[in-house]
Design a protein around this ligand. Structure first.
Ligand code: SER
Length: 326
C-alpha cells in the first residue's frame, strides 16, 4: 500500500513553475499542508498569504533539515534550479544549486523515510548527438550545457536512490514552459514567454533565437497537470521514474510570432540570435512522450492556438488594468 502524501514542501516556490505549482497543490491538498520555500526572493502576496512560507538554501542541508522537521514534511517537489542561460554565465553556481541541492534533497528523503519526491529534469538533458525529431525516451544524453549536465546526473542519481534505497522518486523532462504569472529565471526558452508580454505591451519583440528555431513547449496548466498526475500515479505501474519525456507542442519562433499576429495584426518580431542560439540548436525539435502516455496516462490539453488565445486574453486584460508586471 503506497504511503499518503500529507505534508508537502515545494522548493523553488517563488520561481516560474514553483509559484503556480504551490497554489495548485494548496488547492488540492489543503493550504496548511503545502509549505512553500524560496531562497532570498520575496514571495508574491498570493503565495505568502495563502499558506506557510520559509526561506531555505538547498545547498545548505541544515536549512532544509530545519523546515522538514518543523513542518513534518513527507513529500517534496524539488523545483529550485539554475536554468540553462544563467548556468552558462555561472557554471559553478549551476553545479552547486542543481547538483548539491538535489543530492541534499535525496539524502533528506532517505533520512526521513519520505513518502514521495518529485525532481524534474528537462529537454536540456539532450544534446546535439541526440536524434532531434521525435526524440525517443531512451536515447543519447550528451548535453553541452552545465544545466544539462546537472539534469542528466540528477536523473541518474534519482534512479540510483530508487533502486538502491527503495525510495519513491519521480520526475519528467520538462519542455519549455510558457506562463503569465511568474517570469522564468534565465532559461533558453524564455523568448516564448517574453514574446507574449512584449506583443501586448509594445506590439514588437526582438527574439534572441532565429526564426526557424523549433523547440518542444508546454502551457503552464498542462505542466501543473503533468507534475501532479505523475506524483499521483501508481508507482508499481511505472517502468521509468525520474526521466519521462514530456511534451505538448512544438513550434518555431516564427510560427509563434505568426500565431500572435493573428490576434495582434500590428505585431512585428525581429530576430537577433545571441549565445542562447547554440543552446537551443543542441536541443530537440520535438519529443516522443509515449512512455509518459502509456505508464501514467499523460495527455496535454493545450496546443499553440489554444495557449496563445489564453495567454493574450489574460495579458491584455492585465495590461488594460495597469497590472502587467514585466
Ligand atoms: N526552460 C529551460 C531552459 O530554457 C529548459 O528546461 O533553460
Amino acid at each position: 500500500m503506497a504511503k499518503e502524501m500529507k505534508r508537502i514542501m515545494v522548493t523553488g516556490a517563488v520561481g516560474q513553475i514553483g509559484s503556480e505549482l504551490t497554489m495548485a497543490l494548496r488547492d488540492k491538498y489543503g493550504s496548511e499542508n503545502v509549505l512553500a520555500t524560496g531562497h532570498r526572493t520575496q514571495p508574491s502576496p498570493t503565495l505568502r498569504d495563502s499558506g506557510p512560507f520559509e526561506f531555505i538554501n538547498v545547498t545548505k542541508k541544515e536549512t532544509i533539515d530545519e523546515v522538514v522537521k518543523k513542518y513534518n514534511i513527507d513529500t517534496i517537489y524539488h523545483m529550485s534550479a539554475i536554468l540553462s542561460a544563467v548556468g552558462e554565465k555561472n557554471p559553478k553556481l549551476a553545479w552547486d544549486v542543481n547538483m548539491n541541492g538535489t543530492y541534499n534533497i535525496l539524502e533528506i528523503a532517505l533520512e526521513y523515510d519520505m513518502t514521495r519526491i518529485f525532481i524534474p529534469s528537462s529537454i536540456a538533458a539532450f544534446g546535439p548527438e541526440t536524434p532531434l525529431d521525435n526524440t525517443p525516451q531512451e536515447t543519447i544524453l550528451r548535453p553541452k550545457t552545465m544545466y544539462g549536465v546537472t539534469k542528466v546526473a540528477g536523473e541518474l542519481l534519482c534512479d540510483y536512490y530508487v533502486k538502491r534505497f527503495d525510495l519513491d522518486i519521480r520526475g519528467c523532462r520538462y519542455p519549455g514552459i510558457i506562463s503569465y504569472e511568474t517570469l522564468p529565471g534565465g532559461g533558453t526558452t524564455d523568448y516564448a514567454v517574453a514574446i507574449y508580454f512584449e506583443a501586448v505591451k509594445n506590439k514588437k519583440y526582438t527574439c534572441f533565437v532565429r526564426e526557424d528555431t523549433r523547440l518542444p513547449m508546454m502551457y503552464m496548466p498542462d505542466c501543473l497537470k503533468a507534475s501532479i498526475d505523475l506524483m499521483e500515479a501508481d508507482f508499481s505501474q511505472l517502468k521509468h521514474y525520474s526521466d519521462f519525456n514530456l511534451t505538448a507542442m512544438s513550434f518555431s519562433a516564427g510560427e509563434l510570432a505568426a500565431e500572435i499576429k493573428k490576434h495582434i495584426p500590428e505585431f512585428t518580431c525581429t530576430y537577433e540570435p545571441d549565445f542562447r542560439q547554440a543552446i537551443a540548436d543542441s536541443w530537440p525539435n520535438s519529443i516522443d512522450d509515449s512512455a509518459a502516455r502509456e505508464e501514467w496516462g499523460w495527455e496535454p490539453s493545450y496546443d499553440l492556438a489554444a495557449m496563445t488565445e489564453d495567454m493574450l486574453r489574460v495579458l491584455t486584460q492585465r495590461h488594460a488594468e495597469g497590472k502587467l508586471n514585466y
